[in-house]
Design a protein around this ligand. Structure first.
Ligand SMILES: NC(=O)c1ccc[n+]([C@@H]2O[C@H](COP(=O)([O-])OP(=O)(O)OC[C@H]3O[C@@H](n4cnc5c(N)ncnc54)[C@H](O)[C@@H]3O)[C@@H](O)[C@H]2O)c1
Length: 369
């Protein structure tokens, strides 16, 4: 490594040592192009435990991590209410940011984060990075190849009983900034934007089956907590290019279903679960038996987007999981909420350029920096 803002392997600091940090730390420590130098959390004992588990040399308070000049990229895995403040603090310390989703709770602070990055000559990129995984890239390449022609429509279904069964601290997932739309919507909407282009207009309907839920696992099991979001959201989505989708985002369902199907004149592509890095693509072409396409390329996990960001920074090219993509998806999700409240369709002010698919031979495990 050649030091701050330099060339070579990129120094990374992880802020937020909760549930999802295991997947990130497993992944980030497996990429030769990145070196995780510190883990920080409000709970410094938790940060220390995660650092020890993954062989990260240092841990502690957020301010200490931000003061380390060898860290060029902050991976922000805090809860949604802290995403913007932690991101801004990282930018003020001269560091690039990989942000967990959602980018922000509202458009104003999301835009402030992106503007500040531009002013400082830094980057903000954001989850989801499942869209860069081998599974979803395989589906993307199939659709880009024209196998079904120009996509006209899509069906997206996220239906589960809710995350309080397995998450030991699920309260934040039922507060503004989360719920099935803002917590899970980014996976589905980001993938739909990759395949059908930017969103033009949305129409929503939503409700809530229960006002209180009970934590199902961990030390707080049995504790009741309030639900302050819509837990079932239906959306009709119109895209700038003329296609459309219907989507359901629900934490009220007895059925578990994770589905995106995209249809064009030549048939339908069943896309793998957009919240995962694995899964097959199934082609249902007109007049042919269904054909399964196994995912092509190395299997990765969360952290892939931070790696792609680091390589893009070094190469001086745009990153694929960009802050502008996350902002556009946030804009669309907030517009769905606004449509539900207003009872009429809402147009989306932002747009985004859809990045090209990754090259088929993109190798996250190669040492390239
Ligand atoms: N849990 C999952 O399966 C999952 C999957 C994908 C993405 N995510 C996203 O990752 C983020 C974190 O989720 P999680 O499940 O790990 O949550 P979590 O509650 O388990 O962990 C969050 C951690 O962030 C810390 N934190 C909060 N505010 C902070 C601040 N200001 N400074 C430093 N640390 C702070 C908390 O102390 C906690 O340790 C969320 O945005 C969530 O949407 C979670």
């Amino acid at each position: 490594m050649t030091g701050p803002q330099g060339a070579g392997v990129m120094g990374v600091g992880v802020i937020g040592a909760g549930v999802i940090s295991d997947k990130y730390l497993t992944s980030l420590t497996s990429f030769p192009d990145l070196r995780v130098l510190a883990v920080a959390d409000l709970d410094t004992a938790r940060a220390a435990a995660q650092a020890a588990k993954y062989g990260v040399p240092s841990s502690g308070a957020v301010a200490d991590l931000l003061a380390d000049p060898a860290i060029e990229l902050v991976v922000n895995l805090t809860v949604p209410t802290a995403h913007v403040d932690v991101g801004l603090a990282a930018l003020e310390s001269g560091k690039h940011v990989w942000a967990e989703k959602p980018l922000a709770m509202d458009r104003q602070t999301g835009r402030k984060l992106l503007d500040r990055a531009r002013e400082r000559g830094l980057r903000v990129a954001s989850a989801p990075d499942t869209v860069l995984g081998a599974a979803l890239q395989t589906a993307r390449r199939a659709i880009d190849s024209g196998v079904i022609g120009v996509p006209l429509s899509a069906l997206a279904l996220l239906q589960t009983p809710g995350p309080e069964d397995w998450h030991p601290s699920p309260e934040f997932l039922f507060q503004p900034g989360a719920g099935p739309l803002l917590d899970m919507g980014p996976y589905y909407l980001t993938e739909l934007v990759q395949l059908l282009g930017p969103v033009h207009r949305v129409t929503g309907l939503g409700g809530r089956a229960r006002d209180r839920r009970v934590i199902g696992s961990g030390p707080k099991a049995g504790v009741e907590f309030p639900v302050d979001v819509l837990t079932t959201v239906n959306a009709l989505i119109e895209f700038e290019r003329g296609g459309f989708a219907q989507a359901v985002f629900s934490f009220d369902s007895g059925v578990r279903r994770f589905l995106i199907e995209v249809t064009g004149p030549g048939g339908t592509v069943a896309v793998p679960d957009p919240n995962q890095f694995t899964g097959d693509t199934v082609l249902h072409l007109r007049g042919a038996a269904p054909e399964t396409l196994a995912a092509q390329g190395p299997v990765t996990e969360r952290g892939t987007g931070a790696l792609e960001l680091a390589r893009a920074i070094r190469a001086g090219v745009p990153e694929r999981a960009s802050g502008e993509m996350a902002y556009h998806v946030l804009d669309a999700m907030l517009a769905i909420e606004e449509s539900i409240a207003a009872g009429h369709p809402v147009e989306i002010a932002s747009t985004v350029e859809v990045p090209p698919a990754l090259p088929a031979d993109w190798d996250p495990f190669a040492a390239t920096l």
